[in-house]
Design a protein around this ligand. Structure first.
Ligand SMILES: [Zn+2]
Length: 215
């Protein structure tokens, strides 16, 4: 449980409308980053302005718009570790698998430092985190659950959006697996759980369970 207040700041990257996140404890000096995408200078500036020291880059999945900023972050904070799902690690270093080649600009970044699996528990920057594997958009896609009080916080990448779900027609996607994984790993959480997605506005588990047309 995380009892003291945790701040989540959203950093929007314009080219792909991708949300990166900066997370830290009130009064803390360390922070976590989720999915540094394009335009990493925005995220870096926000971290520097707060005088924070990033301990980890938590990657939800390896598509280019969620990883493109990793190397820029690491140029400044060399000890900041890259966390990603074991089945997703190749995308960091393979421009075809991370889809950047399809868009005509091949991107690769540093390899992973720590490979994660369903059920892993982390404690970074004084914050507890639970790892859940939710495939279907991408085979090794993870979501990161912060069991904060009073409301849990969940970072879902491209698994589910407000009133939508992520594409499942990529080479390693699977619609049936995606829906099943969303039901078992996300909709099983309390209604008040706040969902921060890779694109679009935040929502809650309760709102999506009741009104998401894809579920
Ligand atoms: Zn994606």
């Amino acid at each position: 449980m995380n009892f003291s207040e945790i701040i989540v700041e959203t950093i929007l990257s314009v080219p792909f409308q991708e949300n990166g996140y900066l997370i830290y404890r009130v009064g803390g000096l360390e922070c976590l980053l989720v999915d540094p995408g394009f335009e990493p200078e925005k995220m870096i500036e926000q971290v520097k302005n707060k005088g924070l020291n990033p301990q980890a880059i938590l990657v939800t999945h390896g598509h280019a718009d969620h990883i493109a900023g990793i190397d820029s972050v690491r140029e400044i904070w060399q000890d900041c570790k890259i966390y990603i799902g074991e089945e997703e690690k190749e995308k960091l270093v393979d421009a075809e698998q991370n889809l950047s080649l399809w868009f005509g600009f091949a991107i690769t970044v540093a390899p992973a430092d720590i490979l994660l699996h369903d059920g892993d528990k982390l404690d970074i920057a004084g914050i507890s985190i639970e790892v859940r594997h939710v495939p279907g958009h991408s085979k090794g896609h993870l979501v990161y659950l912060f069991p904060t009080v009073p409301r849990p916080i969940l970072f879902v990448g491209d698994v589910i959006f407000k009133q939508g779900i992520g594409r499942n027609d990529f080479p390693d996607g699977n619609p049936a697996i995606q829906i099943e994984a969303i039901r078992s790993k996300i909709l099983s959480l309390p209604d008040e759980t706040v969902i921060y997605a890779g694109h679009g506005q935040p929502t809650t588990v309760g709102a999506e369970r009741k009104t998401n047309p894809y579920l």
